[in-house]
Design a protein around this ligand. Sequence first.
Ligand code: ARG
Length: 485
Amino acid sequence: MSQETQSNGQNNANNAPETSALWGGRFSEATDAFVQVFTASVGFDQRLAFADIQGSRAHAQMLVEVGVLTQEEGQSIQDGLNQVEQEIRNGEFQWRVDLEDVHMNIETRLTQLIGINGKKLHTGRSRNDQVATDIRLYLRSAIDACLFQLRQLQKGLVNLAEEHAETILPGFTHLQVAQPVTLGHHLLAWTAMLVRDEERLVQTRQRVNFMPLGSAALAGTTFPINREITAKLLGFEGICDNSLDAVSDRDFAIEFLSDAAMVMMHLSRMSEEVILWMSAQFQFIDLPDRFCTGSSIMPQKKNPDVAELVRGKTARSYGHLMGLLTLMKSQPLAYNKDNQEDKEPLFDGIDTLYNSLMSFAQMLPAMKVKKENMRKAALQGFSTATDLADYLVRKNVPFRDAHECVGSAVAHAQAHNCDLSDLSLETLQSFSGVIEQDVFEVLTLEGSVAARDHLGGTAPNQVRASVARHRERFERNPISEVNEI
Ligand code: ARG
């Protein structure tokens, strides 16, 4: 079929040509077969199908309300879109590469189904504002889904922290034993990172939730559209103020990928600790078998693969952020085809974040804690040395002198292969005359953590107080589950 017949045939909706470009009118030869495949995005932007239909429904309804389409035309479009949606849900929809992208596939099928009215849907709209709207709708639900998993993870960690408010493990600096801390406090440090991640995603969502539709190709449209109506129907909190900006910038997607990279960085730090803790050298925790895999050659192996993979996937998350920043940096206003390249990094960024959060939300709260091993490790490495120095300061020894004196006591204990708490009172007194019997209280692990009893400190009391604050936040600010992105 010639290009002319394709584009001029007003009533041939039911026998649409095999390869019809919707811009056929201006072209005198068909698109090169390779170029067609090369420029097509339908292989990956199908994901936007439901967002695209949602956007079209609202656009059509608005066109009816302002009188650009008749009630009948509007109704026929709505019925047709319902049918297209059903076909996609049932897996019956025939996606065609020659129709380039999700938008033209859906519009073409709509026209096949309802005839001429299908061709009226695109009035006052362009694929440029259409795709920008679709991505925002899709990303908005994706953020909600990620926020739910993020919250599940926080809840799991908070429960575990409560359970281990008094469990003691060594705290490290430079990965050298520093001071004893409670496991609850450590887990709440992870939670604190995730709380800021939640805040960032919530703020990004606010900027995502602006509507480009109505910007048309770049300059707006000559039709008497009412963008408030469309925005309200689609649940957008705001309307993009400038059409050139609305169709071209993808900063909202970059912002999401930046937030995602930050969450992944946090998950990767947690992974690193989980992996260390599960090693034969630490033996602090064990993970349920269902989250681990074995080795094909070494029968004794049980590997924390999920944690390793999350640490590994952090790399692609950073890559997607760099990719989109670079994609955007040299584009003149307004829309350029370059922007079609925004989708794969964004979609993969969403999947990576969602799956990593979901696996951690299930795995971390299920870790088995080996309290005795943690305690044993905390007793090594003179983790209460600072407590002894603080004790001397309370007896009026200047801190620098106390530091020096405890340093000598540590060297002595090290030479005798024992802990500070194993030294006799007489030996301790040889380092400082102010030391009395009550020093031994200070040198215990329990005394050490209990003494750091202020907001933000590691004392079991403070862990419980922080758990209560987190739970209060969960209640004040609930996040519900998302059924479908
Ligand atoms: N598939 C395109 C994209 O992802 C849709 C917009 C195309 N617009 C255009 N004028 N070629 O960006």
